[in-house]
Design a protein around this ligand. Structure first.
Ligand code: PMT
Length: 401
């Protein structure tokens, strides 16, 4: 999100303290954050808190010394997004009826940026027809309204009215700040390891954390695609806004992939599927016994090979990953050909900063026409965008040809 600018408008509600966390999260995403507060918001949290977190002056007085005379015009026209969080019933009313009586409300009136409104108030206030009609008016005018969370509120009531969690607001902001260039595409992504049971307490698996596959799923969702994430067991939370299918074994993953493949435009297999599984799965825990114990393994189905051999029935751009510890390009090229792929993303998993478990990856992308793209060490989020760019280009070239 480097280079993006967000104005965070904080209005006077108890949830204003959560906006401090939102500033931190936005900044972690390399977003420049400028904060404007209403006078009542400063009663809940001081401008100094936001100044310290954002590193920028906070404007809370139209006629104060913090900014210039035309900041209220420039801020909303030069930024990419305005987030009003928390948005009180009073401020929602002002926005709906064109009232500009302080810095933030005049900034909203003059804004050309998208505006995300995150209501937060007592349940009775939120359900009041006046507030609901004001929200409807704003929706009609193109404001994006987040549904408030449900639960126990600071005022002692239960119901809708909680400010959505900062992380949910961040996800929505990321989406609004991203180009929707994958909108209309259905993309199936696999992630994580598969685990193959030996008995009720033991299994065979591998070191995949799911980070690479989840980064792909998150990026594709933010870019507007309709995403199905088929994931083996991981410690990660599924990114919001996609269809999530939890699987355990390679057989489960195969079933889920084939159930969901119809209508997919792009399929990306980042999962590390166990090539073998124990022939027998003991019903009870295997007891300690002789000095050595042999485990007979049988081959698992190769999901990607099956997809590649039936691609004409279900046309989609087919992308594999290759986890290699030697002869990276030569081994990946063999997989590209034998599995009938459009491209393969090869990573050297013996490296400390790439492959399994890391937040970064270094990949070579190999295409079916023999071209090889070499990329430097990048975050898995950036690798994900690169892989999606390339898969999209292959799809577009296929449609033209
Ligand atoms: O999850 P992380 O910790 O972030 O790590 C990321 C990663 C290293 C797992 C990922 O970048 C990666 O390389 N994924 C593929 C791992 C792998 O299984 O590679 P492979 O070379 O064994 O398999 C080649 C391709 O065939 C893969 O797309 C794999 O999903 C697919 N395959 C393999 C075996 C099998 N039985 N069925 C398959 O579909």
């Amino acid at each position: 999100m480097n280079g993006k600018e967000v104005i965070l408008g904080v209005t006077g509600g108890i949830a204003a303290y959560k906006s401090a966390e939102l500033v931190r999260l936005l900044m972690e995403d390399d977003i420049l954050v400028k904060v404007a507060m209403t006078k009542s918001a400063t009663k809940f949290v001081t401008p100094l808190t936001f100044e310290a977190l954002s590193g920028e002056s906070v404007i809370h007085d139209m006629f104060g010394q913090e900014g210039t005379a035309i900041d209220h015009i420039q801020w909303g026209q030069e930024s990419d997004l305005i987030i009003i969080a928390p948005a009180t019933a009073n401020f929602i009313g002002k926005m709906a009826h064109g009232i500009g009586d302080d810095f933030l409300s005049t900034c909203v009136l003059a804004a050309t940026a998208k505006i995300l409104v995150c209501p937060s108030m007592n349940t009775r206030m939120f359900e009041n027809p006046a507030v609901q009609e004001n929200l409807d008016l704003l929706k009609k005018r193109g404001f994006i309204i987040m549904e408030p969370g449900q639960g126990a509120l600071a005022c002692g009531t239960e119901g809708p009215g909680r400010l959505p969690e900062p992380d949910e607001i961040l996800q929505q902001a990321r989406k609004l700040l991203s180009d929707q260039d994958l909108s209309g595409l259905k993309i199936l992504i696999t992630a994580g390891p598969t685990t193959e049971p030996i008995d009720p307490v033991r299994y065979i698996s591998n070191r995949s954390s799911g980070k690479m596959g989840y980064a792909l799923a998150r990026a594709a969702t933010l870019r507007g695609a309709d995403v199905i994430l088929v994931s083996g067991p991981t410690d990660l939370n599924p990114p919001p806004g996609l269809n999530f299918c939890q699987v355990i074994t390679a057989e489960d993953m195969r079933r889920s992939v084939f159930e969901n493949r119809s209508g997919c435009d792009i399929i990306i297999k980042a999962a590390a599927v166990s090539d073998y599984r124990p022939r027998d799965h003991a019903a009870q825990k295997i007891k300690k016994g002789p000095e050595s114990l042999s485990l007979e393994l049988v081959k698992n189905p190769d999901i990607l090979t099956e997809l590649g051999s039936t691609i004409e029935e279900f046309p989609a751009v087919l992308v594999g990953f290759a986890a290699e510890t030697e002869d990276l390009v030569a081994n990946a090229e063999k997989k590209l050909k034998s599995k009938n792929l459009d491209m393969i993303v090869a990573n050297d998993v013996s490296s400390k900063d790439a492959g399994f478990e890391t937040d970064t990856n270094r990949v070579k992308i190999i295409y079916s026409d023999g071209r090889v793209d070499d990329s430097p060490l990048m975050t898995k989020d950036k690798v994900a965008d690169l892989v999606l760019d390339r898969a999209k280009a292959i799809r577009e070239a296929g449609l033209e040809g």
